[in-house]
Design a protein around this ligand. Structure first.
Ligand SMILES: [Zn+2]
Length: 349
């Protein structure tokens, strides 16, 4: 049986690394532009090419979407549609991340941005059954004070239940992570989980910095860890997850081609590899598509997909506290031992 994108779609999947601003549907962005009297963006302006110059070039491709995500109705619509798209792809749990400070150009406060996204995501979660959590992003290329304000916003809103973690995103190639140590300390003391983009545009020293200076519990991408055996050993021993995003990793030149992607080697070396999308538009993909590509490239089958799903379950920012049937049960039913008959039949369905 060939595991095509269509066959993989009904399987219950977990998404840990997805940027809201990289997910706005191209057609929605065009409608938002027309409604606001702005020139509608072409597909080429919102979908990053198969290979950008580097990570910074990839990040710049999201600017056109950001131009349109500056008021509450636009933010709410895109937030809702992301969850709908996840549901259509068989995703049962998703962590959606965004940088509230990027949506304040027309006067929204960061709190208003967060309230808008949180409400729309919660409504869409209730309507679709996709369980969701939010991660707030500090950005390396912004002043540390902004990152600290994002951390404080996350801590202040954590008791409401949706905001669960702080992330450090942005231009890793040109900016260090260590200056954001205070922001991550605020997050830790305030009960937020911590994930850091590292080992995407720079090598193992950047991952080391994320662990030692920022207390990262997960590494965004982390694909360049392969150059450092001692670091690989530590990440494996500590059970830290790598949030790999195969197609995006080729786009940003973190890896040269999919054939060069270390997901397969890292999984076989015993690291907690997870597979994610990064975006649905800037990176034009879905989790089913990412999985199908890994099948085509590395021959992955249900055993590998069960493994990455288990890794995501164990390292997600939200721990299950629900009465059954909860997410843990839904996933465990489909994936008891990896290539179970139930999982196979779900694939055929
Ligand atoms: Zn990312």
């Amino acid at each position: 049986m060939t595991l095509t994108e269509t066959r993989l779609r009904p399987l219950p999947k977990l998404e840990l690394h997805l940027h809201l601003d990289g997910c706005a549907r191209p057609a929605t962005l065009r409608e938002l532009a027309v409604e606001r009297g702005l020139p509608p963006p072409s597909d080429a302006e919102v979908i990053a090419p198969p290979q950008c110059d580097d990570l910074r070039d990839y990040i710049l491709r999201i600017d056109r979407a950001l131009d349109l995500l500056q008021d509450a109705p636009a933010l709410a619509r895109v937030s809702r549609e992301v969850v709908e798209d996840l549901a259509d792809d068989g995703v049962v749990y998703a962590e959606i991340r965004f940088a509230p400070q990027l949506h304040t150009r027309l006067g929204l406060s960061m709190q208003a941005v967060l309230d808008t996204v949180a409400e729309a995501v919660a409504e869409a979660s209730a309507a679709t059954g996709v369980e969701t959590r939010l991660i707030l992003c500090a950005l390396r290329h912004q002043p540390v004070e902004v990152g600290e304000a994002v951390a404080e916003l996350g801590v202040a809103n954590r008791p409401r239940g949706q905001v669960a973690a702080l992330d450090l995103a942005g231009d890793e190639g040109r900016f260090e992570g260590a200056p954001f140590a205070r922001a991550f300390d605020l997050a830790r003391r305030g009960g937020l989980r911590r994930t850091v983009h590292a080992g995407e545009a720079r090598g193992p020293t950047s991952i080391r910095e994320a662990l030692d200076s920022l207390g990262a519990e997960r590494i965004g991408h982390g694909v360049r860890i392969v150059g450092d055996a001692a670091l690989m050993d530590e990440v494996r021993r500590r059970g830290l997850a790598l949030e790999t995003c195969p197609t995006s990793n080729v786009q940003t030149r973190a890896v040269r081609t999919l054939a060069d992607h270390p997901a397969d080697a890292l999984l076989r070396a015993g690291l907690r590899v997870t597979v994610n999308c990064d975006g649905h538009t800037a990176t034009p993909t879905s989790l089913s598509r990412e999985w199908a590509r890994l099948t085509g490239q590395f021959g992955w089958n249900l055993t590998e997909f069960a493994a990455v799903t288990r890794h995501a379950r164990r390292t997600r920012v939200h721990r299950c506290g629900h009465a059954p049937p909860c997410l843990e049960q839904r996933v465990a039913d489909a994936w008891p031992q990896g290539d179970s008959l139930r999982a196979v039949s779900a694939c055929r369905g």
